[in-house]
Design a protein around this ligand. Structure first.
Ligand code: PRP
Ligand code: URA
Length: 212
């Protein structure tokens, strides 16, 4: 696997993912599982956040050893609408002070190219580490576009998190954005002729919001 791509093998993530893939999993459970998987992925994806040394007064004494604290807490979560919204709550449960931006893109069903319809990012994004989130990385077009938009605002760093990726999406994304680490819960086999990930889980947005 490419250096900048992390594929998770944690049993809890894989267990939840197998329920997520099941076509009979109802929308309510699907939504909850997407959020739980996002929390578990966030735990790992934040492993390298910068720390600073502080001293802490415990009920017993001033701690002589240095205690580490998250430096600055300047994070931003940017879901790609709609399906990315399903991952926001699970991530902000761990980093509640993170600001939340939104990028609206949908994939044209004929061309499979992303069409942008909305972009609202925190004003101070230049001082933030940004997590761009979307459950599916299929052709990669949506994620590539979203990250390109965010790069124009010069954030401190960008990471991309998805639940399922296709090899085609990983190839395309890492070619355009080799500097952006990618975290996925699973790397699937391929795309089908309609641009769906195989075996995948179907249309993530429709399953999260119950629109099909
Ligand atoms: C899905 C998914 C990604 C995109 C992935 O969104 O959530 O954003 O497709 O495909 P790509 O890698 O080929 O660009 P969709 O366009 O279905 O919109 P939705 O989230 O509003 O349902
Ligand atoms: N978008 C989805 O929601 N699912 C896929 O399999 C591909 C793109």
């Amino acid at each position: 696997m490419k250096e900048n791509v992390t594929i998770f093998d944690h049993p809890l993530i894989l267990h939840k993912l197998s329920i997520l893939r099941n076509k009979n999993t109802p929308s309510k459970d699907f939504r909850a599982l997407v959020s739980e998987i996002a929390t578990l992925m966030c735990y790992e994806a934040t492993r390298d956040l910068p720390l600073k040394e502080v001293e802490t007064e415990t009920p017993v004494a001033v701690a002589k050893t240095k205690v580490k604290h998250l430096a600055g807490k300047k994070l931003a979560i940017v879901p790609i609408l709609r399906a990315g919204l399903g991952m926001v709550e699970g991530i902000s449960a761990l980093v509640p002070s993170a600001r939340i931006g939104h990028i609206g893109l949908y994939r044209d069903e004929e061309t499979l190219k992303p069409v942008e319809y909305y972009c609202k990012l925190p004003k101070d994004i230049g001082e933030r580490d940004v997590f761009v989130v979307d459950p599916m990385l299929a052709t990669g077009g949506s994620a590539i576009d979203a990250v390109s938009q965010i790069k124009l605002r010069n954030p401190r760093s960008i990471k991309f998190m998805c639940i399922i990726a296709a090899p085609e999406g990983i190839e395309a994304f890492t070619k355009v954005h080799p500097d952006v680490p990618v975290y996925c819960a699973a790397l699937d086999e391929k795309l089908n002729e309609k641009g769906y990930i195989v075996p995948g889980l179907g249309d993530a947005g429709d399953r999260i919001f119950g629109t099909k």
